[in-house]
Design a protein around this ligand. Structure first.
Ligand SMILES: [Zn+2]
Length: 304
């Protein structure tokens, strides 16, 4: 619920803290933001527009695909990495507290309702991955951030501890400085300076990105855009000034997809915007049904 993440939210106009007053978030500067009846709140800055997000149909298809469990090994690997990242943060906090005899705990322990407890998912979509991670981290609130209000209607219901916020990943995020212990970014836009700003010192970004082998059978058969082999290096370069690489794992498995699943998975990627629809439909019809398709991603950790 939005109440769970209220202490971490910042006004998109003046960056000051927001407090919930009934069904309205207010800042000390007099800006107010009403909750939608579906449970999410829009914290877009004035001139941003909401039309660039996913449509209701795309969101529904994606939600069904994820709910069917095709990407389950990715969600499992992400949850595992999240548990490890939190354990490292707790160990660091304990070490700092020991060295600093008597210093107050920094509040990043499991289940502690401190400022480091927030898990923020940037480009959360329907909240599928965030809900999976929150199940593995009892007591932590989760902020689902996305530009699509259709996706966030689902995210707001995906887990009792999720609060859903419409925002633009390329603008300042509507979160207070050092508010998140963990940031998730799954097949989504990355804003290095903002991720660093919202992470606590010692906090971790977990980034899921496709390898060059991801969906390779479909890339070949359908003429989709492929992921080049340099992608991971480019991500590291872009994040380098803000965060330090802290380990990675590759997750690769085979999916059996129906023709409907294939249409959905094609629509989930950037190829949807670069392929001639008539030619794509023709090539889709020529595929076996079901078809075996490789899923291949990197789960990379970066620490502030
Ligand atoms: Zn304000």
């Amino acid at each position: 619920m939005l109440q769970d993440i209220e202490p971490y939210l910042a006004c998109p106009h003046c960056a000051r803290p927001l407090t919930l007053d009934g069904r309205t978030l207010r800042c000390p500067g007099g800006h107010s933001h009403d909750l939608a009846k579906q449970g999410y709140v829009s914290l877009l800055a004035g001139d941003a527009h909401i039309g660039t997000g996913d449509t209701a149909d795309m969101v529904a298809a994606r939600g069904d695909f994820l709910a069917a469990g095709h990407y389950r090994p990715i969600a499992d690997a992400l949850a595992e990495a999240a548990v490890e990242a939190v354990a490292v943060a707790v160990a660091v906090a304990v070490a700092v507290a020991d060295a600093d005899a008597g210093a107050a705990d920094c509040g990043d322990g499991p289940g502690v309702d401190g400022p480091g407890a927030l898990v923020a998912d940037l480009g959360a979509g329907t909240g599928h991955y965030l809900a999976h991670v929150l199940d593995a981290l009892p007591g932590r609130p989760g902020a689902a951030l996305d530009i699509s209000k259709y996706a966030l209607r689902r995210a707001a219901r995906a887990h009792p501890r999720i609060g859903a916020v419409v925002c633009d990943a390329w603008r300042p995020l509507p979160l207070l400085d050092a508010s998140a212990g963990l940031v998730l970014n799954v097949f989504a836009p990355r804003n290095g300076p903002e991720i660093r700003r919202v992470l606590r010192p010692g906090g971790t970004l977990l980034l899921v990105s496709p390898t060059s082998r991801h969906l390779r059978e479909l890339v070949d058969a359908l003429g989709l855009l492929s992921v080049d082999e340099e992608k991971q290096r480019r991500i590291d370069e872009k994040l380098g000034p803000y965060l330090t690489p802290a380990g990675r794992r590759e997750v690769e498995f085979t999916m059996r997809l129906s023709a409907e699943d294939v249409r959905t998975v094609v629509g989930m990627g950037p190829s949807a915007w670069h392929t001639d629809p008539a030619r794509l439909a023709e090539r889709l019809a020529a595929l076996p049904d079901p078809v075996e398709v490789t899923a291949s991603v990197t789960v990379a950790a970066y620490r502030r």
